[in-house]
Design a binder for this molecule. Structure first.
Ligand code: ADP
Ligand code: MG
Ligand code: ZN
Length: 604
């Protein structure tokens, strides 16, 4: 039961009890006659003290000869005369008393008669009333469904974001500056007959600043910003999404010039027809409505639709047609310089210690997105506050890097000595294979402190940002991933569950090499498995098979060969370098972590 129903019910009963109390006190007010019991009455009659008795139902009003009034109650259904006789009153004495039988009356009497009849009706009535109210509330909400729940960020909002707050993403900014110009000065463009794009699609992996950039456009142009997330269109009821879209565009036209920002548009903009089950009908309708609306407004109406997605590959081609989202802006993951810039932006209000070098930090964080970097700065500040320091030091920042990468340290996860030894050999295995494989990234840190799900970890960092990867790198990577497994197997002649995530990663890399990158020597260079997505019961089903059973077998063999090679490579290194491995393990067991320099010294 919803909370408010319970509250109403409670209120209802409180009122009822209140009324009851009121009634009972109402009959108590006034000069109350003394109440006596029947035996006393019998005795009084015996003593000839009673003048008259008035009988109303079961109530007796007794007038004594000395003028005092009394009250008594008799058993219901029992006549007074027989009751008094049972109390031993002689009939002669009783005859001397005036007995008057009257219709029962009075408020409490009527209440006692009526309440049992009325109360159920009252309760039922009250209950029905509550239900009605409830249903009405739901109706109201159902009516609201069709309205878009877009949040409007007013143009002079306190948290106005501009391009200054977005580091890197140069090309995207240039592209969007055009949009800003148009929103600021639409006449300049329309006078020349130029059509401004209606829609701009921002594409980039999660956390690269798509949402931030969209807000910056609104901030730069100083126009209102209607923000809605694609998933908000999709509701339980069919047709709601479409009507929300209509409402959103109507609202936008009223506030023009303005920006509509549809975040995570892939939630509604997936390819139509792809998917099983009921949910795609609703999505299709919503998507159709978006397309219709975008076609419907004039190019220079002053409404620009920005949309963001991290899955451009699943978008419906109709969305990308000219006249809709014809501008597409790719937002790359930040490179070294961008990372430094982003760190600078997020370090602004945080007092940094003199030893902090943001460039160095940027070097330590390849693959971090803007959101990761913001998170890293924030974690470091939290750490400083928790340690009651006034500055954020380099050590805190480096600690936060690992926290963002691997999850928080799990101090409570205590390993016994054997587990520690196994973990140390496992990590040393990774590190050694990485060190002695030509194409693997250099080792930055080894640790047997557990973080997140990992019992220990080895951090390797590329010497420079890489956009492309080679087959040799992948081959070495597989060997490094298997380094932990091989070390455990070689040293302890026994395996643990600790290698499972390494094995999963190695398998998926090997599979990708064969089926996506054409890195097989045997199979012709093509892709295997259509990476088209289907949605069935909310679950994505990947890769339909587009090759024969025979090829499937070859793929399996190729993947197995890659893994076997990697294993052999790891075994060779670990067996040859056993002495160095023992040294690394010794230091690990003593200090728990080994930094880059110390590792290099051990390897020398
Ligand atoms: P997306 O929408 O691409 O998933 P967001 O725009 O929500 O990512 O980014 C999340 C946060 O990360 C932002 O609020 C911002 O603090 C930070 N961030 C991401 N990219 C940048 C950037 N290029 N410059 C500054 N901060 C960034
Ligand atoms: Mg976003
Ligand atoms: Zn491992």
């Amino acid at each position: 039961m919803p909370k408010y129903v319970v509250r109403n019910l409670i209120l209802f009963f409180v009122v009822l009890v209140g009324l009851g109390v009121l009634f009972s006190t109402a009959s108590l007010t006034g000069d109350k006659p003394k109440e006596i019991d029947l035996s006393t009455l019998a005795a009084q009659i015996g003593r000839d003290e009673v003048k008259s008795i008035e009988i109303r139902g079961n109530e007796l009003r007794i007038a004594l000869k000395d003028g005092t009034a009394q009250e008594a109650v008799k058993e219901s259904g029992d006549s007074l005369v027989s009751a008094l006789r049972d109390f031993g009153v002689e009939p002669e004495k009783l005859q001397a008393v005036e007995l008057a039988v009257k219709e029962p009356g009075g408020f409490s009497y009527w209440m006692s008669v009526l309440l049992p009849i009325i109360l159920p009706f009252l309760l039922i009535g009250g209950f029905i009333y509550l239900m009605m109210r409830n249903v009405q509330g739901q109706n109201m909400r159902a009516m609201m469904f069709g309205q878009s729940s877009a949040r409007e960020v007013p143009k002079d909002g306190k948290n106005r974001v501009t391009f200054k707050d977005v580091a890197g993403v140069k090309e995207a900014k240039e592209e969007l500056t055009e949009v800003v110009d148009f929103l600021r000065n639409p006449k300049k463009f329309s006078a020349l007959g130029a059509k401004i794009p209606k829609g701009v699609l921002l594409m980039g992996s999660p956390g690269t600043g798509k949402t931030l950039l969209a807000r910056a456009v609104a901030g730069e142009a100083n126009v209102p910003f209607l923000h809605i997330s694609g998933s908000e269109f999709v509701e339980m009821f069919v047709g709601v999404g479409a009507s929300r879209v209509r409402d959103l565009f109507a609202k936008a036209k009223k506030t023009a010039p303005c920006i509509i920002f549809i975040d995570e548009i892939d939630a509604v903009g997936r390819q139509r027809g792809a998917g099983l089950g009921g949910s795609h009908d609703e999505r299709e309708q919503t998507l159709n409505q978006i397309l219709t609306e975008m076609d419907g407004f004039e190019p220079n109406a002053g409404v620009i639709v920005l949309a963001a997605t991290n899955r451009p590959d699943v978008l419906d081609p109709a969305l990308l047609r000219p006249g809709r989202f014809d501008r597409r802006v790719v937002i790359d993951p930040p490179d070294l310089n961008d990372r430094e810039e982003i760190l600078k932006i997020h370090a602004k209000k945080k007092p940094l210690a003199a030893d902090v070098n943001l460039r160095k930090l940027a070097e330590r964080t390849p693959g971090f997105s803007g959101a990761d970097l913001a998170n890293l700065m924030n974690e470091a500040a939290i750490l400083a506050a928790r340690k009651d320091k006034t500055e954020v030091t380099e050590a805190m920042l480096l600690d936060s890097v690992e926290k963002v990468m691997l999850g928080p340290e799990r101090k409570s996860y205590v390993m016994n000595d054997h587990e520690k030894k196994v973990t140390a050999y496992h990590e040393a295995g990774h590190a050694l294979v990485a060190h002695f494989s030509k194409h693997a990234d250099p080792v930055h840190k080894i640790s047997i402190i557990s973080r997140g799900f990992a019992a220990g970890y080895t951090i390797k960092l590329p010497t420079e940002d890489k956009r492309m990867h080679t087959k040799s790198e992948f081959i070495d990577d597989i060997a490094v991933m298997l380094g932990g497994y091989v070390a455990e197997k070689d040293i302890f002649n026994e395996l643990t569950t600790g290698a499972s995530s390494d094995l999963r990663k190695a398998t998926s890399l090997a599979k990708d090499m064969i089926t996506r990158f054409g890195m097989s020597d045997v199979l012709p260079p093509r892709t295997y498995g259509e990476h088209e997505e289907m949605i069935f019961l909310g679950k994505e089903i990947h890769s339909q098979r587009d090759y024969s059973e025979k090829v499937a077998q070859q793929i399996d063999e190729e993947v197995a060969a890659l893994i076997q090679n990697g294993k052999a490579q790891a075994e060779k290194i670990i067996r040859e370098q056993r002495a160095k491995m023992d040294k690394v393990v010794e230091v690990l067991l003593k200090n728990e972590t080994i930094e880059k320099e110390e590792f290099a010294a051990l390897m020398a």
